[in-house]
Design a binder for this molecule. Structure first.
Ligand code: TYM
Length: 338
């Protein structure tokens, strides 16, 4: 029997600022097991980061840190294609073609565009608006079936589906229409200070966000300061819509300690918030410390990281070139004679 062709998975994280516990629990951690079953590409999406102002030297550093973090979190360059977005120029080229089948009205409706426009009112550049088209390009270039992301990216993946369907109906079947893969519990980790909002890299309040590189003391301090809920039930650790802070910490605990949220609730029955927060801190630290140790070692071996990235870009380019050539042909561009 012929080998079954594996379905393809694509995802990425922006190398903007500090990668958060939300990025880890909502995305990167869920990618690791997919490597066994699917043909996976994991990308550091540096071009996306340029949509907000960056210090060039920091962007370069953050990009390599994130590559090392991917590997430290268990992404295996022998199983998956790990690469940097700007190393495969077809991403930007396909984005241009996709721009021509995307409506301004669709991009104007994107929640993240509206949020970021508010936050960066002095820099509402075209890239910020066009951002979801570049993301669609990332996904469609590899004929991706599944896109594992957190909840905040679902709208962008839905737009990628619309763009793929529109292109296919205009120019005949070309792209695979991708689907989101959402984890059941980690898809939306909330801010520690405002637990109805997502934990976000760009949050100006450092206490609201646990960074993957935070040391043990910092993690413990931030969790001790985390907003809980001042109702009459102040010492009742349970999930509830009117207890978003406690629910978020229970969620983080259950993901880091690898127990169900029901079990976590049972464990903290009758315990005070101080005890609970310390236990959450222990669980988070036990997940982050080994990752930090591995990342540190990887960053000392630049030669190894360069080899991984060179091979990743070559393998990704091979797929991307094929798709782009097909797209150029379909839309009527004259092929270049080489
Ligand atoms: P980015 O860099 O903002 O986030 C990377 C991934 O982390 C998830 N995430 C969260 N999950 C749970 N709780 C949170 N608080 C939280 N914060 C972030 C995001 O949903 C995402 O999965 N546009 C994307 C990057 C991108 C991409 C792609 C993703 C570019 N091209 C193609 C998938 C496929 C972004 O800015 O993610």
């Amino acid at each position: 029997m012929a080998d079954e062709v594996k379905k393809r998975v694509f995802s990425g994280v922006q190398p903007t600022g500090k990668v958060t516990l939300g990025n880890y629990l909502g995305a990167i951690r869920n990618w690791t097991p997919l490597q066994e079953q699917y043909d996976c590409l994991f990308c550091v999406v540096d071009l996306h980061s340029l949509t907000v102002a960056q210090v060039p030297a920091e962007l370069r550093k953050n990009t390599l840190n994130l590559v090392a973090l991917y590997i430290a979190c268990g992404l295996d360059p022998d199983k998956s294609i790990l690469f940097i977005q700007s190393h495969v120029h077809e991403h930007a080229e396909l984005a241009w073609i996709l721009d021509t089948v995307t409506y301004v009205g669709e991009l104007n409706r994107m929640t993240q565009f509206k949020d970021k426009s508010r936050k960066h009112a002095d820099n509402i550049n075209m890239g910020l608006m066009n951002y979801p088209v570049l993301m669609a390009s990332d996904i469609l270039l590899y004929r991706t079936q599944y896109v594992p992301v957190g909840k905040d990216q679902v709208q962008h993946v839905e737009l990628a589906r619309d763009i793929a369907e529109r292109f296919n109906s205009r120019y005949s079947d070309t792209f695979v229409v991708p689907e989101c893969l959402l984890s059941r519990t980690g898809s939306s980790i909330k801010s520690l200070q405002e637990p109805t909002a997502k934990m976000s890299k760009s949050d100006p309040n450092d206490n609201a966000v646990i960074s993957i590189t935070d040391d043990a003391d910092t993690v413990r301090r931030k969790l001790r300061r985390a907003v809980t809920d001042s109702d009459t039930d102040a010492h009742c650790v349970r999930r509830s819509e009117d207890k978003p802070g406690v629910s978020n910490l229970l969620n983080i605990y259950s993901l880091c300690a690898d127990v169900s949220t029901d079990e976590a609730e049972r464990l903290f029955e009758g315990k005070g918030y101080g005890y609970f927060k310390d236990a959450v801190a222990d669980a988070v630290i036990s997940v982050l410390q080994p990752i930090q140790d591995r990342q540190r070692i990887l960053l000392e071996d630049k030669g190894y990281l360069e080899t991984v990235l060179k091979r990743g870009a070559e393998r990704a380019s091979h797929i991307a070139q094929n798709t782009l050539a097909k797209v150029y042909r379909k839309v009527g561009l004259v092929p270049q004679i080489r």
